[in-house]
Design a protein around this ligand. Structure first.
Ligand code: PEP
Ligand code: MG
Length: 533
């Protein structure tokens, strides 16, 4: 029996799985070359058709989140810009499989080398499309994984995830991958344990095709290959403690969150797509603490009407509860084609409010949609990545101007309270420049990465990227104290708000308003109940 091997990565979806390893990395089957270029072309057309049909079949049984991902893949398959180079190569004598692989690999390489996590994460979708068409060309069926398997390899295709029956357990352990990938989003919403970045220590540290039983600890981001009996026993104890915590947490979901001392804590939710609210019972949360709008800015910039409908839907769902919508935070790890610019260091570049103020014609469209939606509920609006007071003043002035414009045209509108994200250290250190904002919302994801100088999406520095470092907690506490003094409400909407291990520190820092990922609502409320403040 081989020696136990422990690999460390980053948790993309918390949970535990013990099961047989199933390798995701394998060569595709042999392709039979056709007689003529016309036959090769026909073979590729048919294969693309088969892959599109397969995706369409999956959509029929998918929820709205999964359907969105599959529709994205179909749109890519139908995009001539993707298949054009392959057909051109076939016309000049190449076989369909080689032509398709080469065309897609070129495209994938562009995504993979992007310094932006969002684009790197989309490379998995392109690999999925490439392999589905190759499989259709070679008439190769995907091998079925044993029940409860731990899928192990470089990356996993979204369709592989959607075709797997997770009801019997199992998990995902990736050498590469990204916590921002489509599969990671699906895994979090379905509760499938997933770890990414296991190969960060180099190829020699993570074996190519290990076999046998493995222990996946996706609460702490690790996996043990060839575990010893003692390791299996310890793992099972941690796994059942996690399951017990999760079950207990469910009993907190319907109740308002209170600490051990009886202090009420607001727990709101973070959403991106308006359809996210479809799966949330509004009674289980205190509103929407953050609606990220950059995801509406997909392949094209959304018009005023599209945005108005999206915001209105969420406001009507929330009723009287507050809904805090953030103006577009493009750039950094969230590029938007046609809007963001390529930069050497996007996290420190033209992102968030900086980009919006540089392109006011785009921000103005969003502002009009927000002002019009404001009459349908309890809307608050905040600006991302504010570093200096002048940015807030300029953004607020655009609201005033657009409101006047709408009023002059007799269009119903309402000015929402305007606040800012506190995620750039300059604001957290010197908040006195912002005494006229309506509220502060601490973005702990960015605040932590800037305070610790450790990127939020880099496995190699993940140990440094901790909101629990005293430097970060002290800053948060000082912002809360400033808010109390000035009677400016302070909440927190970074991922730390939903992390049971970080919640005690955040409440001790004085926070009483957290906004968390919907999947974390129950766990967050349960963790709050244990804090003595
Ligand atoms: C944050 O930075 O904590 C935050 C909530 O914003 P985002 O994760 O969208 O950058
Ligand atoms: Mg941020």
């Amino acid at each position: 029996m081989s020696e136990p091997l422990r690999l460390q990565g980053i948790s993309a979806s918390a949970g535990y799985a013990e099961g047989p390893l199933f390798s995701l990395d394998r060569a595709t089957a042999h392709y039979t070359v056709k007689a003529t270029a016309a036959d090769e072309r026909a073979a590729l057309e048919t294969a693309i058709g088969v892959a599109t049909q397969r995706l369409g079949g999956l959509i029929d049984t998918a929820n709205s989140e999964a359907a969105g991902i599959l529709e994205f893949q179909i749109a890519m398959l139908e995009d001539d810009a993707l298949s054009g180079p392959a057909f051109a190569a076939i016309a000049s004598g190449q076989a369909a499989d080689a032509a398709w692989r080469q065309a897609l690999d070129t495209e994938i390489a562009g995504y993979e080398t992007s310094d932006q996590d969002y684009f790197r994460a989309r490379a998995a979708d392109l690999r999925d499309i490439r392999d589905q068409v190759l499989r259709a060309l070679t008439e190769d069926d995907e091998r079925a994984a044993p029940a409860g398997a731990i899928f192990y390899g470089e990356d996993i295709a979204p369709t592989r995830f959607l075709e797997t029956d997770w009801s019997t357990g199992g998990g995902i352990a990736l050498k590469a991958g990204s916590a921002a990938s489509h599969v990671a989003m699906l895994a979090r919403s379905r509760g499938v344990p997933m770890v990414v970045g296991l190969g960060a220590a180099g190829p020699s540290a993570s074996p190519a095709n290990p076999v046998g039983i493995a222990l996946l600890d996706a609460e702490h981001g690790g996996i043990v290959l060839s575990p010893s009996p003692a390791e299996i026993e310890a793992f099972r104890r941690s796994s059942s403690s996690f399951a017990a915590r999760r079950d207990k947490a469910k009993t907190y979901l319907a109740k308002p969150a209170v600490t051990k001392a009886g202090t009420r804590v607001q727990v709101q939710v973070n959403i991106a797509d308006p359809s996210d609210v479809d799966g949330i019972d509004v009674a289980t949360c205190d509103g929407v603490g953050l609606m990220r709008t950059e995801f509406l800015f997909g392949r094209t910039l959304p018009d005023e009407e599209t945005q108005y409908r999206a915001y209105r839907k969420v406001l009507e769902w929330a009723g009287e509860k507050p809904v805090t919508i953030r103006t577009v935070d493009a750039g950094g790890d969230k590029p938007v084609p046609g809007f963001t610019v390529a930069e050497a260091n996007p996290f420190l570049g033209l992102r968030g409010i900086r980009l919006s103020l540089a392109r006011p014609e785009i921000l103005r469209v969003q502002i009009r949609a927000l002002l019009r939606a404001g009459i349908h509920g309890n809307l608050k609006v905040m600006f991302p990545m504010i570093a200096v007071a002048d940015e807030f003043a300029r953004a607020a002035a655009l609201f005033t101007e657009e409101q006047a414009g709408l009023a002059a045209r007799g269009i119903a509108q309402k000015m929402p309270p305007l606040g800012i994200m506190v995620e750039v250290p300059s604001v957290a250190i010197a908040p006195e420049a912002f005494a006229d904002v309506a509220f502060f919302s601490i973005g702990s994801n960015d605040l932590t990465q800037y305070v610790m100088a450790a990127a939020r999406d880099n496995v190699s520095v993940a140990h440094l990227n901790s909101v629990r470092h005293p430097a970060v907690l002290r800053l948060i506490a000082s912002v809360v104290a400033f808010g109390r003094e000035q009677e400016i409400p302070v909440s927190l909407c970074g991922d730390a708000g939903g992390d049971p291990a970080s919640i005690p520190g955040l409440l001790e820092a004085g926070l009483r308003d957290l906004s968390v990922a919907p999947a974390q609502l129950a766990m967050a409320k349960a963790a709050i109940a244990d804090v003595p403040v």
